[in-house]
Design a protein around this ligand. Structure first.
Ligand SMILES: Nc1ncnc2c1ncn2[C@@H]1O[C@H](COP(=O)(O)OP(=O)(O)OP(=O)(O)O)[C@@H](O)[C@H]1O
Ligand SMILES: [Mg+2]
Length: 249
């Protein structure tokens, strides 16, 4: 059974950046079969990984509901096979993209399908990295309830800290949500962390790493370059290499 790592936290805290860099570092060392899952309906992880999103879980679902031909084709196939066909191949990793349902409506069905995808596909990989939606919802809806490692990303702001606190509250209140390990990553770290340290202690949350503000990330972002092309000497890549060693061991 492979190891699953879910990355959650406040909007804009650096979840996708961290997910992409962990994926790249694991893909580079080539020792494990790596699956990256973009569980955020905003769909950003493929671009950070240098890929264009192709088939998404949301599209598969729509086709199965709306297109009798597509349904007939998949009728005799187990659902995990259908999911596996949605995988995209990157350089040393595979990618599954959730996407978003068309039109208004609830995310329950899509989250259920995503959870199914996570549970079944992760068994075929050594490591699965899940880039979650911002905020506590996917933890609350138990999409990532039994992951081996739940990483909460925060910046040093009070808002980042509050969202981290809400996620911890959700975990502590619901006995069915039991990540093997929960850790905090402080992103865009600039030296001052007394607020977040105080809270981390209160929640009993281990700090698994600090990622500095990295100008290379800003430049790559502005130029639309994938983060996986960042040089190994980049400060954020160095920091995430350490984090990866801690959470993967
Ligand atoms: N360590 C860093 N140094 C410099 N810029 C960073 C760093 N981490 C993240 N950023 C920038 O901050 C922005 C938000 O990062 P990212 O997209 O990874 O956050 P997110 O948590 O996935 O956001 P969302 O909630 O929208 O999915 C991006 O423009 C990213 O390039
Ligand atoms: Mg993101």
């Amino acid at each position: 059974m492979g190891k699953t790592i879910a990355i959650t936290g406040k909007g804009g805290s650096g979840k996708t950046t961290l997910s992409a860099l962990i994926t790249q570092i694991l893909a580079d060392n080539g020792r494990q079969k790596v699956l990256a899952i973009d569980a955020d309906s905003a769909v950003n992880l493929p671009y950070a990984l240098g890929l264009e999103p192709k088939q998404t879980v949301a599209e598969i679902r729509r086709q199965l509901i709306e297109d009798p031909k597509a349904r007939a084709k998949t009728d005799d196939k187990p659902m995990n096979k259908v999911m596996a066909e949605a995988l995209e191949t990157g350089d040393g990793f595979q990618l599954l993209v959730m996407g978003r349902p068309e039109g208004p409506g609830c995310f329950c069905a899509i989250n259920n399908l995503l959870k199914y995808g996570i549970d079944t596909l992760s068994q075929q990989f050594d490591i699965t990295i899940i880039d979650c939606e911002a905020g506590p919802e996917q933890v609350n809806r138990r999409v990532v309830d039994k992951v081996d490692v739940l990483i909460i990303v925060t910046d040093t702001s009070i808002r980042g800290s509050r969202v981290a606190g809400t996620i911890m509250d959700v975990i502590n209140r619901d006995g069915d949500i039991r990540p093997g390990r929960t850790g905090l990553v402080i992103n865009r770290f600039q030296g001052e962390e007394s607020l977040i340290m105080e809270n981390a202690q209160k929640w009993g949350l281990e700090i698994v790493g600090r990622i500095p503000d990295d100008n290379n990330i800003t430049e790559y972002d502005a130029a639309g370059r994938p983060l996986i092309d960042l040089p190994n000497s980049s400060p954020a890549v160095k920091a995430v290499t350490k984090i990866t060693e801690i959470v993967v061991k």
